[in-house]
Design a protein around this ligand. Structure first.
Ligand code: B1M
Length: 220
């Protein structure tokens, strides 16, 4: 793996340099670096550092915004390649995914959605700031097998529970499985709120989605 290239990717996010991030993403693809390597070992490291410096008070909100814009520029180049790497199309199940109400972080959620889609799931991405009732309505509309609820804030993860309640209120549980994720979310939290599973990253989310959907289909 090209360490200098990966370090430059992280730095482009840290500096909020959109053009650099885009060019480095393309350079990675040209050099045969896989999109996931570039994301996880390059660009995300920059975001993590921004997050740490923000928490210490060394960086401020505009820095977070600039870093996110650089990250998105890189993802715009890498996501089509990620999609193209997916296995041959085989509809494994329907997934409704979104970031919970009150939360506008969408980079991780979108990555999870892209990976699910690349691996054969039909994905309905509701975006960010999604009300629990909107998750339930979409599940009913499309006949989804699985709901994925992302949360990046300790103040919003508590609302993941409301999605489960919204599904129960309209009689869609336990037929529809619920997967939760996002930086503050843990296995213990998932168990506490009655979710069916938690994954800490996008690759794990694909494996989890496969097993949850298969279990749901067996139960029917
Ligand atoms: Co925000 N922010 N932010 N922010 N931000 C964090 C989360 C924070 C940890 C930074 C910090 O203080 N160190 C902190 C949260 C503290 C806490 O609650 N404990 C924080 C804060 C405080 C805030 C604001 C409140 C700041 C303010 O306004 N004062 C504000 C909140 C706005 C709101 O949502 N209401 C805010 C705003 C923003 C921006 C808009 C500027 C921007 C987001 C832009 C965007 O998403 N379009 C932003 C960013 C960029 C971050 C950090 C730096 C990076 C997040 C990110 O995209 N990571 C973040 C610090 C950090 O996490 N290092 C931070 C990369 C991404 C690939 O990882 O999202 O974790 P992640 O997703 C992973 C896994 O978690 C998992 O898979 C993904 C891929 O591996 N995963 C799932 C995610 N969802 C999943 C769903 C699944 C399964 C797995 O199943 C359904």
């Amino acid at each position: 793996m090209n360490k200098a290239l990966l370090a430059a990717m992280a730095q482009s996010v840290l500096d909020g340099e959109i053009d650099d991030a885009r060019a480095l993403a393309q350079q990675a693809l040209d050099q045969g670096v896989t999109p996931l390597e570039a994301i996880n070992h390059g660009f995300v490291r920059g975001l993590d550092e921004v997050g740490e410096e923000y928490a210490c008070g060394d960086l401020f909100l505009p820095d977070l915004v600039a870093a996110a814009e650089a990250m998105k520029a890189a993802l715009a180049v890498l996501e089509p390649a990620l999609q193209a790497q997916g296995s041959t199309w085989n509809m494994l199940g329907k997934v409704v995914i979104g970031t919970i109400q009150g939360d506008i972080h969408d980079i991780g959620k979108t990555l999870v959605g892209t990976m699910l889609s690349a691996n054969g799931f039909q994905v309905y991405d509701l975006g960010v700031n999604v009300a629990p009732e909107a998750f339930a309505a979409k599940v009913r509309e499309v006949g989804a097998d699985l709901v994925g609820v992302s949360a990046l804030l300790t103040t919003t993860m508590i609302r993941q529970k409301d999605v489960i309640e919204a599904l129960e209120d309209v009689g869609l549980r336990p037929g529809v499985k619920v997967m939760v994720g996002g930086a503050p979310v843990t296995t213990e939290w998932a168990e506490q709120i009655g979710a069916d599973g938690f994954s800490e990253d996008a690759i794990g989310a694909v494996a989890l989605a496969r097993s949850l959907v298969a279990a749901g289909q067996e139960q029917r």
